[in-house]
Design a protein around this ligand. Structure first.
Ligand code: MN
Length: 513
């Protein structure tokens, strides 16, 4: 990636003033990285330029592009944040600082399994930077993607380490931000390094299977196209092939039996309006026998990361099993680009302070994740202890949806208990929780909730939190709320008073400085 290529690419995306800024940033970064080399022997500057180009490809705003160009200057050269702020402004400096902190915090993030309490500070720095402005993590994802693309120049042990971290941390983050394309690219590359043999075995297996089924699928596709045309529906249809890594994960679930994987190749129908999605689903079910358990309406109930589509798997008259995914152009765009789509160079910045809104259930699902991130960063900052298992549950675990009796949707980690729901709804609902009903039936506080449950918390003014409740919740949100309430009630002690005083002094100092 050369300076010329980047500027050519940028030419049609940004206005003249912005292009000038970009040239300045490239000149600044080039001067500072002068003499540094990548492992490949190439000049170091090719890396920040490639990162900037990736970010442009994702359609990011100019601030993000500039920060992408400058992202390694503060960490790896004698450039300072003050200088960057003076030259390029506070927003860019904030982003560069955030990315630098993520770099430093990597010791803490590297491997959540090795996460130890002493890395909490780094981790909280990271989470705070990310939660204040999601663009920080988007730049980091572009950085990681380029490093994975050039991983062949690294020593094998380093390759494995970076690949593992990518699968454990960066893939899930891209997923939570709804960035499906990026997640897939990161996973495919990382998996090919982490377990090269298995990757190749599955790739070959996939090729053989696809060769056989593509022709059969072609016939189904023609039949569907014809039918949709005769119903006067405007549509696009194409095949999507399952990624190797998601095949790997699926095979683990079905004991390695390839015959149990129905969506090796799926047909994707893209239509103009939401109503058309349901019409297409109806038409498909009229043509073929649907497998009832595999009909998914992610339009009415989006996935926690905001993904929307209708999914159905049907059996054709000659016993072929085909998965269909039906969505609008807009949903398709979101499925591919996720949160990155909201920082489009044509649009306004909308990055900050997602938690301002009080009711979590009113936030778009993918922003609920961000507000959870902010909450955890805050807890770490207040020196509340969060174990790495807890972090995994809160940030990267599987999620379920439950409903309030009024029909509000709440998303919780898998295995969440009734009190987790109660505290998510409101601290006072939790505090006075007396009993719980699930789908109309009494439900014990120690019994996990399931996806789709309608959960009602019966409150009584006379009920108050008990010490045992800490063990009756899974989320750190509820745990922290319960602890606060118990302390206030004098049921458990706060931090010992000596520590409290020291800590208070330290906080005051920090605030005054
Ligand atoms: Mn970098």
């Amino acid at each position: 990636m050369k300076k010329r290529d980047v500027l050519d690419f940028a030419k049609d995306l940004y206005d003249e003033g912005q292009l000038l800024e970009l040239e300045h940033a490239i000149a600044y970064a080039t001067t500072h990285h002068e003499g540094q080399k990548r492992k490949s022997g190439e000049a170091y500057i090719i890396h920040p330029l490639a990162v900037a180009a990736i970010l442009m490809d994702w359609g990011m705003d100019i601030d993000t592009i500039l920060a992408g160009v400058l992202h390694d200057t503060v960490e790896d050269t004698n450039a300072t944040l003050e200088e960057i702020e003076a030259k390029f402004g506070g927003d860019i400096a904030f982003l560069v600082d955030g990315v630098t902190k993520v770099g430093q915090a990597r010791a803490g993030m590297q491997n959540l399994e090795e996460y130890l309490p002493q890395t909490t500070d780094n981790l909280s720095k990271l989470l705070i930077a990310v939660s204040q402005d999601v663009r920080v993590i988007i730049i980091k994802l572009a950085d990681r993607l380029h490093n994975l693309r050039t991983l062949n120049h690294m020593r094998p042990d380093k390759q494995k380490k970076i690949a593992k971290e990518s699968l454990e941390v960066f893939g899930p983050i891209a997923d939570r931000l709804g960035m499906g394309q990026v997640r897939m690219q990161i996973e495919e590359l990382a998996f090919s390094y982490l377990d090269t043999k298995e990757f190749q075995r599955l790739q070959n297996m996939m090729k053989k299977r696809l060769g056989k089924s593509t022709r059969k699928l072609g016939a189904v596709r023609l039949e569907v196209e014809e039918k949709l045309r005769s119903e006067h529906i405007e549509f696009e249809i194409n095949g999507r092939v399952k990624s190797i890594y998601s095949l790997y994960k699926k095979l683990k679930k079905v004991d390695g039996n390839m015959d149990d994987v129905y969506d090796l190749m799926a047909l994707r129908v893209i239509v103009a309006k939401k109503e058309d999605c349901y019409r297409v689903l109806g038409i498909l079910h009229g043509m073929y026998q649907p497998m009832i358990a595999r009909i998914k309406d992610y339009i009415a109930v989006p996935k926690p990361n905001g993904y929307q589509s209708l999914h159905t798997t049907v059996i054709t008259p000659n016993k072929q099993i085909v998965e269909f995914q039906v969505r609008t152009q807009e949903m398709h765009e979101y499925a591919e680009r996720g949160l990155a789509a909201s920082f489009h160079y044509h649009e306004q910045k909308t990055s900050k302070n997602y938690t301002k809104k009080k009711n979590v259930s009113q936030l778009p699902p993918q922003l609920q994740w961000i507000s959870r991130l902010q909450e955890i960063a805050l807890q770490l900052e207040n020196h509340e202890e969060i174990s790495h298992e807890q972090l995994n549950v809160d940030l990267f675990g599987d999620r379920i949806f439950v409903y309030s009796p009024k029909g509000d949707i709440y998303n919780l980690p898998e295995g969440a208990l009734p009190l987790d729901f109660a505290y998510l709804v409101h601290g006072d609902v939790g505090k006075h929780a007396y009993a719980c009903k699930v789908n109309g039936n009494i439900h014990a506080f120690d019994k996990p909730l399931s996806n789709g449950d309608v959960v009602e918390i019966v409150v009584r003014g006379t009920t108050s939190p008990k010490k045992e409740w800490i063990d009756l919740v899974k989320t750190s949100h509820a745990k922290s709320k319960i602890r606060q309430q118990l302390k206030r009630l004098g049921i458990i002690e706060g931090i010992s008073s000596a520590t409290a005083i020291i800590r208070e002094k330290a906080t005051r100092k920090r605030k005054n400085s």
